[in-house]
Design a binder for this molecule. Structure first.
Ligand SMILES: *Cc1c(COP(=O)(O)O)cnc(C)c1O
Length: 362
């Protein structure tokens, strides 16, 4: 068996020790004679797994006590819609900052429900930066302000923490950068993330929300779309994605054992430095268009001189044990995703491959 370096943007590489533990426990979890996915979510055994995962995630991200942590199905996109249903007011306005593909998706999910003000957008410039905060046209009395902490496709990331948006709560899509470095959760009204980038397998999303916001009336919605109800029932309003929750819990424990988010911040800085250096040191053979202050540490899109070389790069990198480097179809080119489970050796192997490839094809 060979495990390659997997640069997939999501679902993405998982830590090998986590996969091994899941494999070892699959038929008989903790001596109960059944798999963790074959027992009731209301059993003491699963409740223990669920509570442990929440406690570990709280420790990992230093989540303050006045925030609820929810484990929900439906991925990040569903949460994008639920944010409006739960926190917008009838006739109210919500502010969105557009910095790439996923910001636009977030807006698409709420358009049917609320009036959206695009407070700022970097689309005209081709999504290579984040509009300076003093150019944002925020709505006085907006129900919330939404940002995308890391644009997984365009490779643009907020690198200076949470922007100050005044009185409105700040909501952030952290799908592709959660737990990649320490953040100050108290600066946000809500943080959400699909697990399949940096937290575990697809099928569960994490929502971290300030409890006082759960008191908002929001818009008319079914109980199953109500974060209050999910919080009141410890995310077990209906059958939660138990397998995904369990696996995410193993990933949280692995991250804590490795040294927590401070350690991953160091590794992620190192990995991204290695790959950007290979791009910038190529004399223009490889190009990344994002302005240096906004370059993502997690997802690095880059481009070769033409399509033929791009296709050859994808095929030969795969043959060399570097998986899933093909760029997203919306932008083309190559994309290297460097989530927590990608070791520094993976970034080094990619940079070495890039130099060899250029020598032979440049
Ligand atoms: C992947 C991703 C999404 C979509 O996640 P789903 O779980 O597929 O709904 C949303 N936002 C960002 C930033 C992403 O990277």
């Amino acid at each position: 068996m060979t495990r390659v370096f997997n640069f997939s943007a999501g679902p993405a590489t998982l830590p090998e020790p986590v996969l091994r533990q899941a494999q070892a426990e699959l038929l008989d979890w903790n001596g109960i004679g059944a798999s963790i996915v074959e027992i009731s979510h209301r059993s003491a055994d699963f409740i223990e797994v669920a509570a442990r995962a929440e406690a570990d995630l709280r420790q990992l991200l230093s989540v303050p006590d006045d925030y609820a942590v929810l484990f929900l199905s439906g991925g990040a996109t569903t949460q994008q819609a639920l944010l409006a249903l739960n926190f917008a007011s009838p006739g109210g306005t919500v502010d969105y900052v557009v910095t790439g593909h996923w910001s636009k998706t977030a807006i698409k999910q709420v358009r049917p429900y609320v009036k959206v003000n695009i407070a700022a957008s970097s689309e005209a410039g081709g999504f290579v930066d984040i509009p300076p905060r003093d150019t944002w046209k925020l709505t006085p009395g907006a129900d919330y302000v939404h940002i995308t902490a890391n644009e997984t496709i365009h490779g643009v990331e907020y690198r200076n923490g949470a922007p100050d948006v005044g009185d409105a709560p700040l909501f952030a899509d952290f799908s592709s950068s959660i737990a990649s470095e320490p953040i100050d959760v108290s600066k946000y009204g809500a943080i959400y993330a699909g697990a399949q980038k940096n937290l575990g397998p697809v099928g569960v999303a994490v929502v971290i929300v300030r409890r006082d916001l759960l008191g908002r009336e929001g818009l008319p919605r079914a109980d199953i779309f109500d974060y209050r109800s999910h919080a009141a029932r410890d995310s077990m309003l209906n059958t939660p994605p138990t397998w995904n929750w369990y696996l995410a819990g193993l990933v949280f424990r692995w991250m804590l054992a490795e040294g927590g988010v401070a350690e991953f911040a160091k590794r992620n800085a190192e990995k991204s430095r290695i790959v950007y250096e290979a791009i910038d040191g190529s004399g223009g053979f490889y190009r990344n268009h994002v302005l240096p202050d906004f370059r993502s540490r997690m997802n690095i899109p880059f481009f070769l001189p033409d399509e033929t070389l791009t296709a050859r790069f994808v095929a030969e990198s795969k043959a060399a044990g570097l998986l899933a480097l093909k760029g997203h179809k919306a932008v083309g080119g190559i994309r290297a995703s460097l989530y927590n489970a990608m070791p520094v050796a993976g970034a080094q192997a990619l940079a070495a491959f890039m130099r060899d490839f250029q020598r032979l094809n440049g």
